[in-house]
Ligand binder design. Structure first.
Ligand code: PLP
Length: 240
């Protein structure tokens, strides 16, 4: 297997984030790097942890739980993948933030399970800004009503928006989508809905995070750029 220099990679990503913040007149601590560790073994996460990473992103419930069990408890786990309602109960008390809420039914399920465990769950609304058929996420037209509805659920706090931009050769092509997500967040903020904040914008991945930072991202989700390319099979193949 190809050697991956995790600490050097993180340092390089942080340098790019700092440079983009500087250019955009933003404070560098406005942006948090999430190390997207899906499919990667615990040893690699440990190395990122030793470097100082405390935010990790996973997209499968079972994998998140397995890693949660064995890694230090001060890690903030981010659920960034599509979440099925029947799996919500396994993670509501383990995750720091769920980035991928795109329906009221899913929000209701999170609220129900959060109530049972007596916790309040922080979530983001996933928006399919580019309207791609292949992507989850609510639409730009529906997101505001969805936020207003979810605001009424007592055990959920909406903290902002997330998007997965199209896979493009030139990251500049995604600038308009990052800008659009930011604009939607500003519009929602202006409604002053109780229980809602729009302080988080989760956008930007290995291919386009510099552009996302320059357009206002507060979380960037970087996998390949830290841990190297992914092999897609799960180590044990099964899911909860
Ligand atoms: C896998 C994944 C990422 C990271 O993708 P890279 O291109 O490897 O940086 C970011 N966000 C989500 C939602 C993902 O599923």
């Amino acid at each position: 297997m190809e050697e991956v220099y995790i600490k050097e990679n993180i340092k390089a990503v942080e340098a790019v984030i700092a440079a983009e913040c500087e250019k955009a007149g933003r404070a560098v601590d406005e942006v948090t790097l999430i190390a997207v560790s899906k499919t990667k073994p615990v040893e690699m996460l440990q190395e990122a942890y030793e470097y100082g990473c405390r935010d990790f992103g996973e997209n499968k419930v079972q994998e998140l739980i397995e890693k949660y069990e064995v890694l230090p408890k001060d890690i903030r786990w981010h659920m960034i993948g599509h979440l099925q309602r029947n799996k919500v109960k396994y993670i509501v008390d383990k995750v720091y933030l769920i980035h991928s809420v795109d329906s009221f039914r899913l929000a209701e399920e999170i609220n129900k399970e959060a109530e049972k465990k007596n916790v309040c769950v922080n979530i983001l609304i996933e928006v399919n800004v580019a309207n791609e058929d292949t992507k989850f996420g609510t639409t730009c037209e529906e997101v505001k009503q969805l936020v207003r509805d979810i605001a009424k659920l007592p055990n959920i706090r909406v903290k902002g928006l997330m998007t997965i931009a199209p896979f493009v050769a030139d990251a500049e092509d995604n600038r308009e989508y990052f800008r659009k997500l930011k604009k939607i967040a500003v519009d929602i903020m202006e409604e002053n809905i109780d229980n809602i904040s729009m302080e988080i914008l989760s956008m930007g991945m290995t291919g386009d995070y510099p552009v996302a930072v320059s357009e206002g991202a507060t979380y960037v989700r970087v996998g390949t750029g830290i841990f190297g390319v992914r092999q897609y099979q799960m180590p044990n193949g099964k899911e909860i």
